[in-house]
Design a binder for this molecule. Structure first.
Ligand code: SF4
Ligand code: F3S
Length: 107
């Protein structure tokens, strides 16, 4: 089992999640974070920390966001590790809750 970062993280990237992860399995892209599925120990600590409610257990990812399982696996292999909280993206509060931000994903 793994936890998965989904659409509402895009263009927000609050990074509260990375501070609580005991195994440092978050990876950072320009405007999105992902979890490495082989490193996550399923502790669930990160889920309630995300102000954007973007993190789900693998078996609770909404039906219309199933593509994020593959996306987390793929991008965590190429993006650098992030272990410390940093400032959210400048317009994070404006983008929080906007649907379909996958179109805004920068790789
Ligand atoms: Fe890290 Fe635990 Fe969240 Fe997995 S569930 S990403 S191990 S904090
Ligand atoms: Fe993204 Fe939420 Fe972490 S917005 S960076 S998953 S705290």
């Amino acid at each position: 089992m793994t936890f998965v970062v989904t659409d509402n993280c895009i263009k927000c990237k609050y990074t509260d999640c990375v501070e609580v992860c005991p195994v440092d399995c978050f990876y950072e892209g320009p405007n999105f974070l992902v979890i490495h599925p082989d490193e996550c120990i399923d502790c669930a600590l990160c889920e309630p920390e995300c102000p954007a409610n973007a993190i789900y257990s693998e078996d609770e990812v909404p039906a219309d966001q199933q593509n994020f399982l593959e996306l987390n696996a793929e991008l965590s292999e190429v993006w650098p590790n992030i272990t410390e909280k940093k400032d959210a993206l400048p317009d994070a509060d404006d983008w929080d809750g906007v649907e379909g931000k996958i179109e805004q994903l920068e790789r």
